[in-house]
Ligand binder design. Structure first.
Ligand code: AMP
Length: 207
């Protein structure tokens, strides 16, 4: 099953992707994570990507499409995949149409006010990628791998605003692009509440 998760940064796509990935045994492909790995390599490309990410802007389409194409070639994608954070522009969506068949697009919907609250409270484990919130987790140690949690540079208030503007301008038009291929879910309650209807929907697709 090939799935796209569409939604603003901080809407809960990553958390939802992890749950789907575990239950349906298909990999989560997060372009944000792929770019964070490139940044860690400390190459010239890495420093360019770092600057873009820190500003909250988008990495150019050409490079983004190239890394996704490369990722699709890995063995684990043969069973399907969950795209988390891709496509983010109409150009990326058009390119994707040419390289993969998409079974469903899940739109994760959340009010910008709540997104700002959640992103400001988000802490990430640099070791295993687990996501926490200071709203309900007071330790700064990952409960899964013990690493010290960090706040992503782009989860700081000045960048959050820019990321939401970029979403509105570049990514929100994809809601029309996918039109009646969308399955919409609200993420304003708990991660379990968000996942429940999605799981039922995906199970019904497999029947
Ligand atoms: P995320 O972890 O999905 O919030 O992505 C973090 C940052 O990575 C974004 O703010 C962009 O700078 C970059 N990025 C991630 N996915 C894409 C994409 N599909 N197109 C362009 N830039 C992206």
């Amino acid at each position: 099953m090939n799935i796209i998760l569409l939604g603003a940064p901080g809407s809960g796509k990553g958390t939802l992707a992890k749950k789907i990935s575990k239950d349906f045994d298909i990999p989560q492909i997060s372009t944000g994570d792929l770019f964070r790995a490139i940044v860690k390599e400390e190459s010239e490309l890495g420093s360019q990507v770092k600057r873009i990410m820190e500003s909250g802007a988008l990495v150019p389409d050409e490079l983004t499409i190239e890394i996704v194409k490369k990722r699709f070639q890995e063995d684990d994608c043969q069973k399907g995949f969950i795209l988390d954070g891709f496509p983010r522009t109409v150009a990326q969506a058009n390119a994707l149409e040419k390289i993969a068949h998409i079974d469903t697009v899940i739109l994760v919907d959340l009010a910008f006010e709540t997104i700002i609250e959640r992103l400001s409270a988000r802490r990430t484990c640099p070791g295993c990628g687990e996501i926490y919130s200071t709203l309900d987790y007071s330790s700064n140690e990952c409960s899964k791998c013990g690493a010290t949690l960090i706040q992503r540079d782009d989860d700081k208030p000045e960048t959050i605003k820019n990321r939401l503007e970029v979403y509105e301008k570049n990514t929100a038009p994809l809601i029309n692009f996918y039109g009646d291929r969308l399955f919409k879910v609200s993420s304003d309650k708990t991660p379990e509440d968000t996942y429940r209807p999605v799981k039922t929907f995906l199970e019904s697709m497999g029947e």
